[in-house]
Design a protein around this ligand. Structure first.
Ligand code: AMP
Length: 399
């Protein structure tokens, strides 16, 4: 079976077509700058690559462009959409309702709609993607995969915020957590990699990319995570500020006469590595500036490393210890220097890195712990698309 995975962001749409017979990627692509003048589709498949540049008004048009690219007579990879057995849609916010992937029905659609206030940029794009695909493929199952689902096993002491209970019951104010598919993939891969039972492992997984989050996973289940009601909470990220005293928002709004929405735009898009370094949201560029002597860039890196160190300490406390510390996503998989900086000094916890092995590990699965380390330190490249496609295959086959 061929499975199409669609990931619609606020102004982009990523897709990948996987052949489940051998789990290979048949084609992948990205539609960018939806809603802007200079929209672009980049498609790779059959060893060929092509680009379409034009104004792309909305996600419905972007979805149609994706479907045309896949079936294009010259560059396409399928003759008709009937060859596709299921379409997965990554949905940002599932609220507290969904703990796993589900086949989209009117009730699921209503729930995605209901959660728009919690995911105002992503959920409408996700819905538009589902509806546009269904129009072209009315008989193909559409599956929704929620970024929040893996975290629904957290206990109330982890997911509740310290505001009056009414906000929780009436407005669903709580921690939801994100990057769920990535954390789940790594949580499932580690026991396989180590040849151990998931029930025996307490894992602290550090997903460090443009967006970053840490997750405490005990016996295969999420018990705490750093992102909150939105992906803004927790670590310093590419452009997001991460956790801070909420009074900062009020103070800046009052001083600069801006409203809370403008301030949150700054917190989401202009802060983090970009805001602190003044250089870039891209970790490689921040490192280059730091090495050239830029102190702000150095501070940004220090803040990120220190933030991860604090979560490792906290989550070791949450699980009464830790057996595995793992790194994934763009920075986690590739940035050996940051990994070394994060883990230096954790010997008291039983985590001792093999710094030489770590230094040469980039983008591959590896055990970078020293031979006498009690805690395993692993690099596990995330493969969210494959994890999603495997789930869907099971879901559709059993339906
Ligand atoms: P992601 O969101 O998972 O795609 O990760 C993107 C982030 O990974 C960006 O900040 C990149 O700069 C960072 N990244 C990718 N490769 C490297 C590398 N070799 N060293 C440091 N950061 C990297």
């Amino acid at each position: 079976m061929k499975i199409l995975i669609v990931n619609a962001g606020s102004s982009s749409l990523k897709y990948q077509l996987i052949d489940m017979a051998d789990e290979s990627t048949i084609a992948k692509g990205l539609v960018e700058k939806i809603g802007l003048e200079n929209g672009k589709l980049k498609h790779k498949g059959n060893g060929k690559e092509f680009v379409v540049e034009k104004k792309i008004d909305n996600h419905v048009i972007a979805t149609q462009m994706m479907l045309e690219a896949l079936t294009d007579a010259e560059h396409g990879v399928v003759k008709s959409m009937d060859e596709i057995g299921a379409v997965d849609h990554r949905v940002l916010h599932g609220g507290a309702k969904f703990t796993e992937s589900v086949i989209v029905n009117p009730e699921v659609e209503a729930a995605i709609e209901e959660n728009i206030p919690l995911g105002p940029l992503h959920n409408p794009a996700n819905l538009a993607g589902i509806r546009a695909c269904r129009e072209v493929m009315p008989n193909t199952p559409m599956v929704a995969v929620f970024d929040t689902a893996f975290h629904m096993t957290m206990p109330p002491k982890a997911y509740r915020y310290g505001v009056p209970k009414d906000y929780y019951t009436r407005l669903k104010v709580r921690r939801y957590g994100f990057h769920g598919t990535s954390h789940r993939y790594v949580a499932a891969r580690i026991p396989e990699y180590l040849g151990k039972k998931p029930e025996k492992l307490r894992i602290i997984n550090c997903h460090l990319g443009n967006g970053s989050s840490v997750c405490a996973i005990n016996a295969g289940k999420c018990v705490d995570t750093s992102m909150g009601i939105t992906p803004l909470e927790g670590l310093l990220m590419g452009t997001r500020c991460g956790s801070m005293d909420p009074a900062v928002v009020q103070y800046i709004c009052n001083q600069d006469h801006i409203d809370v929405n403008q301030m949150l735009e700054i917190c989401n898009k202009k802060s983090g590595l970009l805001g602190i370094s003044g250089v870039s949201s891209d970790m490689r560029e921040v490192w280059a500036a730091a090495k050239a002597g830029n102190e702000d860039a150095q501070t940004a890196i220090d803040m990120l490393a220190e933030g991860v160190r604090k979560y490792i300490g906290a989550y070791a406390a949450v699980m009464n210890g830790v057996d595995v510390i793992s790194f994934t996503a763009g920075i986690g998989e590739n940035d050996a220097e940051l990994r070394a900086r994060i883990l230096t000094g954790f010997e008291y916890l039983g985590a001792k890195m093999d710094y030489e092995k770590n230094a040469v590990t980039r983008g591959i699965e590896a055990d970078v712990s020293a031979a006498d380390s009690k805690v395993k330190i692993l690099v596990i490249p995330t493969n969210e698309e494959l994890a999603i496609a495997r789930d869907t295959l099971q879901l559709v086959t059993n339906a």
